[in-house]
Design a protein around this ligand. Structure first.
Ligand SMILES: Cc1cc2nc3c(=O)[nH]c(=O)nc-3n(C[C@H](O)[C@H](O)[C@H](O)COP(=O)(O)OP(=O)(O)OC[C@H]3O[C@@H](n4cnc5c(N)ncnc54)[C@H](O)[C@@H]3O)c2cc1C
Length: 152
């Protein structure tokens, strides 16, 4: 059984940032994302939302947000930025993988997806607030880190 040093659930801005910092610290990990394409929640924004309407987006570590024209569609522009980021840093993302739950197993954590289970001592929940959240079923919660960006 393969045991990953860490598992990140979700590849939106929070998950990519977590992955960047894990990589920087030499921590072997895997990012699991339910979407088929990069962009997190942004790829599902409505068509008419432009970058003019968006009150700015946070920069990911070590890569500036490209200049954008106001009329650019947010659902294209932001996923484009996130996709380039994944590529530039060659982040270990696997998709589409939807995690159904996280559970304790013999002192480790199991992230249970449809066809596979991923085992790790450390799980980072970066599953956002739009999609269905993963609900960990744990006897002890100490190794689960939850990233949640409040709606602005
Ligand atoms: C209507 C609306 C407008 C917004 N406008 C702005 C704005 O103008 N500016 C701004 O900065 N922010 C805005 N936000 C907030 C924005 O959504 C967040 O800043 C950003 O998307 C949060 O990133 P995240 O990585 O936390 O989550 P998300 O972008 O939601 O990414 C979460 C990822 O986790 C994956 N995931 C979820 N569940 C699972 C699972 N069970 N298994 C595997 N993967 C899973 C999803 O597929 C997704 O890819 C807005 C939010 C909403 C709802």
């Amino acid at each position: 059984m393969k045991v990953y040093e860490s598992i990140v659930i979700g590849a939106g801005q929070a998950g990519l940032s977590a992955s960047f910092h894990l990589r920087k610290r030499g921590i072997e990990h895997l990012v699991l994302d339910a979407n088929s394409h990069p962009g997190g929640a942004w790829q599902h924004r409505w068509k008419t939302l432009t970058m003019h309407d968006v009150h700015g987006i946070s920069q990911l570590p070590d890569m500036a947000v490209p200049r954008n024209v106001d009329i650019a569609r947010a659902r294209d522009f932001v996923p484009g930025y996130l996709g380039s980021y994944e590529e530039l840093f060659n982040l270990p993302i696997r998709r589409p993988v939807r995690v159904r739950g996280v559970q304790d197993h013999s002192g480790l954590l199991e992230a249970v997806a449809e066809t596979q289970t991923f085992t790790t001592p450390h799980s980072h929940q970066c599953d956002g607030h739009v999609d269905a959240a993963v609900h960990p079923v744990l006897s002890r919660r100490r190794h689960v880190h939850r990233a949640s960006t409040p709606y602005r």
